[in-house]
Design a protein around this ligand. Sequence first.
Ligand code: NAD
Length: 446
Amino acid sequence: MKVAVVGTGYVGLVTATCLAESGNEVTGVDKDVRKIETLSAGKIPIYEPGLLELVQRNRREGRLQFTTDLGPAVKGARLVFIAVGTPQSTNGDADLSAIWSVADEIARHVKDAPPGPPGSRVVIIKSTVPVGTNTRLHERLKAAGCAHLDVASNPEFLKEGAALDDFMKPDRVVVGVRRPEVAEVLHELYAPFLRTEQPFLVMSPESAEMTKYAANAMLATKISYINEMANLCDRLGADINDVRRGIGHDARIGFQFLHPGPGYGGSCFPKDVQAILGMGRHLGLPLYLSEAVDRVNQRQKQVLFEKIAHHYGDLKGKTLAVWGLAFKPRTDDIRESPALALIDNLLAAGAAVRTHDPEAMANVRAEYGDKLVYADRPYGALEGADGLAVVTEWQEFRNPDFEVMRRLLKERVIFDGRNLYDPKLMKSYGFTYYGIGRGDNPARGT
Ligand code: NAD
């Protein structure tokens, strides 16, 4: 099938590449000239494991190309995916301006195309958008002379860092459609990825749009829940790691997504919870749980800093090493990363910061410039530092050489934002150790 994917960011590029990999003829479109130049030169503008090789192979085999020119790409395509960003706007609602601008451009280029049978030309919203956006887009296209276009919703559930696997072996594919012919063409497109009987779920556009928000809200809720329990453990002298085991073996609860940490970040959870609150606000419907999830998370982003500030008293003249800058491992994405919240707090308190991240340093450097020191190796960040804060759980931070760390750190103290290390082992190496919810809160019992 001929497919156009508008927006070649984390979602659009993965979508375009995986659809090419399954034999479709795909054009990725982006208004960002630098991105398209990078892609057309056989490189990729983001870090995502395995993606570069797949992009290169599909380009070589002629199934994948990139352009800034939307017209020809959408004119020739049966399916046009919209995968542009839908960031948080100043009032918290999702900013849909990129969606509308792409829609207007599509309309301009296909309004004179001869109408075909149902499902012969479909615009598919892959971006995460508030409920009702599909209908608004449909109306907008009709008003622009494109009544012949179908509009489907197909929310994306991939995780950065495991995006290819998630796209190629999805737990489920959700499509929101107005007529069965559109579901059929999307089923045909996704069939190669559904070989092991994963469900292809057909529903209304509104339900599909809501499904994406409901999924992210549930995951964000789990994180805020375990973080709240962790903070209580900290004060009461319990260890959240033991508590996790104690509850996780209950099949009704399970272990997934119940890892305490420095708060959730990324380009999705924070803005999607805000967008849910926005939907409630517009309806006059209070969403108490989502509000609390967001508040707990904002608070959680301060917890690691508070432990550090409490330990040193005055941070002026201190140097902290920070391991992990990306909002999670296996990505270079730093949007809303808890590491940046910590760094901002440290800098504001007068500390110097030495950082290391395997993939995200270029993105951080672009924002922070020479306010930070960037070390090529994890141990380089420790040289002369008064302590280490671990914020992102990259694999290579899990089993470091503690002897080397002892030698490099001026003061042997570790603030472990991901509970990677065993407090007893840390003690045996002579480290002062702070985790999240390990019962080590200096303000314990107060
Ligand atoms: P992104 O910022 O990485 O990419 C968006 C791309 O769209 C950019 O390259 C930008 O230049 C391009 N763009 C913006 N306006 C355009 C226009 N008018 N014409 C052409 N290109 C345009 O965003 P992302 O992380 O890929 O997210 C895209 C959508 O997918 C969002 O709605 C997001 O919520 C959703 N989503 C993201 C993830 C994720 O893990 N990143 C997962 C599921 C869903």
